[in-house]
Design a protein around this ligand. Structure first.
Ligand code: SAM
Length: 293
């Protein structure tokens, strides 16, 4: 099997390695990552002190330079100039794979546009780690990164995802997990299956699976601690073929039978996989139109 050429093969050409590092357990650094990190001229690190802890564990003496979201634009031209002089750089983030909800996008794009070779040294990432233990379908998935911190924007983002049929993966901050779960329940329905993966590869790792409303209760009573690093994996919506006319017909039929708007909405959301909030607004519009007739 042919392998990606490593340092010696690049001779005088600069090269940028994008290197994945552990998401908790420092022993999860691959052998190739260690070799590359030892042999490049400089390691660009999101937080040089954190990277130094990893380097101390693996006896990596390479100098580090701060490269994070606040200086990425300013640093990139400097790094590109040095790559064009033939220097070899590795990019790492605090944890996991750079560019996955982490800095590096600007640099990698610029490297491509200057024809600097960019190689990956793959390894851990919280998104794949959480999926691998979720027990939810992984053949197709949508990585959504962090949800917006503000409730109104978060709900809008979730509503746009209400009919997403692929498994969804969200990163979430511990102080927002309760609010995010409450919004997931409101928009996706209480009974949607989900998994909360906490502190993966670390001492207090936990993987909790269940309905969204049950997970929310467990967070509220501290059975699932709202602490540490968290990934939420949510089952996609059941595929639906219901178009708007079919959904309207469903709502009309239930309203004709005297079913309350909220209940009609919940049933229609379940049958069609469409957003409960969207259907609720639609049901109110239908009720208003019927009143005018
Ligand atoms: N680049 C990283 C990756 O490849 O996963 C992600 C960086 S992002 C700034 C940090 C978020 O990733 C955390 O807030 C959490 O949602 C998730 N995360 C990172 N490490 C984790 C772990 N050990 N267990 C669970 N989630 C983790």
């Amino acid at each position: 099997m042919a392998e990606t050429p490593d340092l010696a093969a690049h001779g005088t050409h600069g090269v940028l390695y994008v290197v994945a590092t552990p998401i908790g357990n420092l022993d999860d650094l691959s052998g190739r990552a260690r070799t590359v990190l030892r042999e490049v001229d400089t390691v660009l690190a999101e937080d040089t002190r954190r990277t130094r802890t990893l380097f101390d564990r693996h006896a990596i003496p390479t100098p580090t330079r701060a490269f994070h979201q606040h200086n990425e634009h300013e640093e990139t031209p400097r790094v590109i100039a040095r790559l064009l002089e033939g220097k070899r750089f590795a990019l790492v983030s605090d944890a996991g794979t750079p560019l996955v909800s982490d800095p590096g996008y600007v640099l990698v794009r610029e490297a491509h546009s200057h024809h600097v070779p960019v190689h990956c040294v793959p390894g851990p990432s919280a998104v794949t780690a959480a999926l691998s233990v979720s027990g939810l379908p992984t053949d197709r998935f949508a990585f959504e990164g962090f949800l917006p911190p503000r409730r109104s924007r978060r709900q809008r983002v979730l509503e746009a995802l209400a009919t997403e049929t692929r498994t969804m993966v969200f990163y979430e901050a511990p102080h927002r997990i309760e609010d995010a779960l409450a919004d997931l329940c409101a928009v996706f329905g209480d009974d949607r299956e989900a998994v909360i993966a906490r502190e993966l590869t670390k001492r207090f790792e936990s993987v909790s699976a269940g309905r969204l409303d049950h997970l929310l209760v467990q967070v509220r009573v501290d059975r699932i601690p709202a602490r540490g690093e968290i990934v939420v994996v949510v089952r996609g919506s059941a595929p639906t073929t219901a178009d708007e006319d079919t959904t309207d017909a469903m709502l009309h039929a239930m309203l004709d039978e005297g079913v309350a708007v909220r209940q009609a909405t919940a049933v229609a959301a379940r049958l069609t996989g469409r957003s409960r909030n969207v259907l609720y607004r639609r049901a109110l519009a239908l009720v208003a139109a019927r009143a005018e007739e």
